[in-house]
Design a protein around this ligand. Structure first.
Ligand SMILES: CC(C)(COP(=O)(O)OP(=O)(O)OC[C@H]1O[C@@H](n2cnc3c(N)ncnc32)[C@H](O)[C@@H]1OP(=O)(O)O)[C@@H](O)C(=O)NCCC(=O)NCCS
Length: 383
């Protein structure tokens, strides 16, 4: 008798895979919480180091705890020679996400704790990864511009040092503020594709480097981490702000997706997009011609998309839409956007991995088979 066809949740849409205390995305009303704290409050009052601590350890640190955490991050900032070699040899021609993925995978080989699965070792590895991924991304950016590895500056904070290693000088406030904001906003987002990928790999009890490498590989795609790059490329393709409406109308008529809009979970305005938009508006009168033009295009595209697809289809701007102009205001090149997303999201990936391992269960879903059965095997010469 035929097996009854099960209900299939294509793309695991609507499927809960675990309980968590790390993140709540309330997609119906557009609210986001890290460990119970609203993203708006964190973006306004906190900093990346504190947010990373919060995600990983579960509570806001006291002053001495934050200082110790900062110190541990600083001590891990240097990159081994074999990592700077990979970057220097490939930065000018390879995709930065491929370099980052390779470097993170390679990092495990210089960690004597790599295979130690104790929670204490995993906290250590998480700090190592949070610290070193920022150094790797900065060095990729620097070498892409023809520069050399800049030794980290241990007197600086985490994001300050990122810009220092990228540009070879202290950051300006106009560079630091948007980078810090994006680090906070992208640090965590529940069981999105890259975090799920991280969990799938870690659920086999593979080590955290393997799990994070899988997360980075998943983040690369334009439906996930690559969307901010694609959204900015679209703005460049639009060119003159007066072309915006026609461009979007034509794209929609051609059934093309507009990158930076829509979300699997948010059916309301993404709260991160609101924060980024507010920031863009706050710098609008003092920005470069490039950023001013991009901002105008972004605002016109947003208005049209919201009018057409917001209430009616639940397709709103997501975190990626306004990110491009904001990164450009800090002088960050487009190819570094997704690596920077990883440099921030590493805190969320590690927090989830550590939480999941406390009650680990191999992740192994099912597929409903629709092919033939018991076919006659025909020898190759007779096919
Ligand atoms: C994020 C995303 C993959 C989530 O999509 P999903 O839940 O799988 O939904 P689907 O891609 O199946 O889209 C559902 C419908 O909305 C439409 N839609 C979704 N996002 C759209 C967008 N950005 N522009 C235009 N239409 C969009 C789809 O065309 C589809 O329409 P249809 O029902 O007429 O075929 C999707 O919105 C998307 O591709 N967005 C652009 C990429 C992006 O910004 N990603 C970053 C996410 S943070």
């Amino acid at each position: 008798m035929d097996e009854q066809k099960p209900t299939i949740s294509v793309g695991l849409q609507g499927v809960y895979i675990t309980e968590t205390k790390i993140c709540k995305v309330d997609g119906n009303v557009g609210r986001l919480y890290y460990r119970g704290y609203a993203i708006d409050a964190l973006a306004k009052n906190s900093n990346y180091e504190e947010v990373a601590y919060l995600l990983i350890y579960g509570n806001l640190p006291k002053a001495a705890e934050l200082e110790a955490f900062r110190q541990q991050l600083k001590e891990e900032r240097d990159l081994p020679d074999f990592i700077t070699d990979i970057i220097a040899k490939n930065a000018e021609k390879a995709d930065p996400m491929d370099i980052l993925r390779t470097c993170v995978s390679a990092l495990s080989m210089s960690d004597s704790y790599a295979a130690d699965q104790s929670e204490a070792a995993n906290f250590k590895k998480a700090i190592r990864l949070i610290s070193k991924i920022s150094s790797i991304v900065a060095t990729i950016g620097r070498c892409r511009d023809g520069g050399d590895y800049v030794e980290p500056n241990k007197s600086l904070g985490h994001t300050e040092n990122f810009i220092y290693m990228l540009k070879g000088r202290d950051p300006t406030p106009q560079e630091l503020k948007p980078v810090e904001m994006m680090y906070i906003l992208q640090a965590e987002h529940s069981s999105n594709a890259s975090t799920f990928s991280t969990l799938v790999t870690g659920s086999t009890l593979a080590d955290i480097y393997s799990a994070v490498t899988a997360g980075i590989a998943t983040l690369k795609g334009p439906l996930h981490g690559g969307a901010d790059e694609e959204a900015l490329r679209m703005m460049y393709a639009i060119g003159d702000p007066s072309n915006t409406e026609q461009y979007i109308e034509d794209a929609l008529a051609g059934k093309k997706k507009i990158m930076g809009f829509g979300h699997r979970v948010y059916k309301a305005y993404d709260p991160r997009a609101k924060i980024i938009k507010e920031y863009l508006l706050s710098i609008q009168n003092n920005s470069s011609d490039e950023v001013a033009g991009l901002t105008e295009i972004a605002l016109r595209a947003e208005k049209l998309m919201v009018d057409k697809l917001g209430q009616s289809r639940g397709i709103w701007p997501n975190v990626d839409f306004f990110a491009g102009p904001v990164y450009r205001s800090a002088g960050i090149e487009i190819e570094l956007f997704t690596p920077l997303f990883a440099a921030s999201r590493i805190a969320g990936w590690c927090a989830h991995m550590i939480e999941y391992w406390r009650d680990n269960k191999l992740i192994r879903p099912l597929e409903y088979y629709t092919g033939g059965l018991d076919l006659n095997y025909i020898p190759i010469a007779n096919r």
